[in-house]
Structure formats: C-alpha cells, structure tokens
Design a protein around this ligand. Structure first.
Ligand code: ATP
Length: 336
C-alpha cells in the first residue's frame, strides 16, 4: 500500500538547472543549480533562483557556488545543500518522507561520480535511489519508444556537457560525451568581448547575449543587442552594441566541437542502426537545442534530418518522471 506520508520524486540534477517531478503531480520545481553560502558560517543563505539573483553581485561574506561541473558533482557539501533545500520545497509537509528517488546522471561518468550522486540523494532522505542515464531519460521524455529494436540518436546539449547517444532495445549502443555545453558558449562570448571590444562582461550577461542573438547559422535578419560591461582601458562601465554575426563568430569553435562529436558518434554507429537514424533523424534536447540555427547547422554537417525537440529544457525531467510513474515497466533502463 502507498504510504500517505511518503512521496516519490524524479530529479534532473543538471549543471545549469535542477528540475523535480513528484509522482502523480508532474513537474513541480525548476530552479537554477546554484547556492549562496555565508563564508563566515559556511551555511547556505539562498538556493536556486534567489541565489542566482545574487550571483556576481555578492560582497565578501557571501559566495555563490554552482556545485555541479560538467554534469557531475564538483562540490559535495554544496550539492547536498542544493538537493536537500529543493527537496524540502516539494515535500507537502515536515512529516513527509521521500520514498523512491529516480535521478539522472550523464552516461559517461565514473563509478565514484555515480556514488556521489547516490550519496547526495540518500542524504536528502531518499529510501531507495535509482539512476538513469541522461540521454535515455531525454529519449523517453520526447516520446521515443526506447525498447524497440530500432536506433534513435539523441544529442542532449546541457549547461556543462553534450551527450550523444544511439539508443535501441532499452540500452545505449553508442555513447559520445564531451565537456562542452552552454557554459562553454557563455565563456566564449565573454572572451570575445574582452578581446575584440575591451569590455569585461559577466557570465549572466554573456548567457543573455547567447540566448537572445546567438546562432549557429546566418540569421535573416541579423540581430543587434546593446550590452553593458566594464571598459578594460578606462575601467568604467560602458555600453556597446553587438551584432549576431560577432556572437556567431565567438560561438563557432564550440559549435564545431559539438558537430564533430556528433559525426564521431555516427561513425561509430553500427550500419543497421545508422540506417534507422538516417530515416528517423537526430533529435536535439537540452537547453543548447534552443541555439538559433543549430538544427540547420547539424543538418548541413551530417546530411541527416535533425529536429529540435519541443520544450527541450524539460525533456530529461519529463523522461525521468515517466520512468518514476512506471518503475516496473522501465526497470531495464534503471541502475542502482
Ligand atoms: N535560447 C537559448 N539559446 C541557447 N542556449 C540556451 C537557450 N536557453 C537556454 N540555453 C542554455 O541551456 C543550458 C541549460 O540547459 P539544460 O538545463 O538542459 O542543462 P543542464 O541539464 O542543467 O546541464 P547538464 O545536462 O550539462 O548537466 C544553459 O547553458 C543555457 O544558457
């Protein structure tokens, strides 16, 4: 019998964002994976959106930390605080405990990195923790039937990593993971401004530029954005107008790395499954799938059909949630 004082949850613990699905309720939380810590006490003072508002605006006593790096836990105690804090928000009452927790992890991580995720989930109170590979969760989230003997290629472009997988018969047949994702694109924009405009901008501004006018292909019409930063020569705040052509040039090396990884994965795909991918196309998920023109660019590079999933930012949690709602049916894609 179901325990009324226990809830089951599915978590997409991402480098950039953490999303939580509660059994029978759906997605109930979507917050940036960031914690603000009081340096004197070492205690968290804000978690998620509230902490992001403080990011790059803190004084010496407060530090904002993103505990995940490249999809894996880099700072265990802060990751612990993040998961506990977010879980507390989705629990209906103080007395409620967490029963099962399905949590997704990048497919290429080490046993130690998997252990860290499990430990953090257990510290947050989960009685049973099950792990699922992120590309598998993304495939389920966009409605692919992963149990069929048919190949599906998923390219999940997150904040820290891009994971490429060919999935068939409930398993990952080919797996290519690179530590290039949205954060690296932001960094490329920051570096570009420093080098070409003598302007120092923060990572949040760089991310806004990428999302608003960043692209992988020519835009019609091209776009412009006015950007505030600190002039490196005079040292005072300045505004500059930047064009989408400039931003595209800044993003090109990282976008090329993503395309090269997709080509490598295709080269490693067994011919029968490659035939399926040729017919069904490549599916893009994760926030990076929203980069303008990325689908067209990858289509040109691979000569295959490429589709951006609908609502790519929630694909992984939707899949992890579907698995939570039917654990017995999805047992083959889970691991302990
Ligand atoms: N419109 C957009 N254009 C380009 N990038 C975008 C857009 N919207 C969001 N992103 C980027 O998507 C990334 C976040 O994606 P997502 O939430 O899928 O990552 P994550 O799951 O947290 O990361 P990971 O899978 O690496 O752990 C961020 O880098 C964000 O800047």
């Amino acid at each position: 019998m179901l325990n009324p004082f226990s809830v089951d949850v599915a978590i997409d613990l991402g480098t950039a964002n953490t999303l939580i699905h509660v059994r029978d309720k759906g997605i109930v939380l979507n917050e940036p994976s960031i914690v603000a810590i009081d340096r004197r006490s070492g205690k968290p003072v804000a978690i998620g959106t509230e902490a992001l508002l403080m990011h790059e605006r803190t004084h010496k006593d407060i530090e904002t930390i993103r505990p995940l790096n490249d999809g894996v836990i880099a700072d265990f105690s802060v990751a612990d605080a993040l998961i506990r804090g977010l879980i507390r928000r989705v629990k209906p009452g103080w007395l409620t405990s967490i029963g099962r927790m399905v949590i997704c992890v990048p497919s290429g991580i080490t046993e130690v990195e998997r252990r860290a995720v499990k430990d953090a989930a257990q510290n947050a109170g989960a009685r049973q923790v099950m792990l699922i590979d992120e590309p598998m969760a993304a495939a389920i989230g966009i409605g692919l039937t992963v149990q069929e003997p048919v190949g599906n290629m998923i390219v999940d472009i997150g904040g820290g990593t891009t994971e490429i997988a060919v999935i068939a018969l409930n398993g990952i047949v080919v797996d290519e993971s690179i530590r290039v994702g949205g954060n690296e694109l932001d960094e490329a924009v920051m570096q570009y401004f420093k080098k070409h405009h003598n302007l120092l901008i923060g990572s949040r501004t760089a991310e806004r530029i990428k999302c608003e006018i960043g692209s992988a292909q020519k835009l019609d019409p091209e776009l412009e954005l006015s950007v505030k930063g600190r002039d490196l020569v005079t040292g005072v705040p300045k505004t500059r107008v930047v064009s989408s052509e400039d931003v595209r040039e800044a993003l090109r090396p990282s976008v090329n790395q993503i395309a090269a990884a997709v080509v490598r994965a295709l080269e490693r795909t067994p011919p029968e499954l490659g035939g399926d991918v040729l017919e069904r196309g490549i599916m893009l998920t994760g926030g990076g799938a929203l980069l303008k023109g990325l689908d067209d660019y990858l289509r040109e590079r691979t000569e295959l059909p490429v589709f951006s999933a609908e609502d790519p930012l929630t694909a992984v949690v939707r899949g992890t949630g579907s698995v939570l709602e039917d654990i017995d049916g999805y047992m083959p894609v889970l691991s302990n």
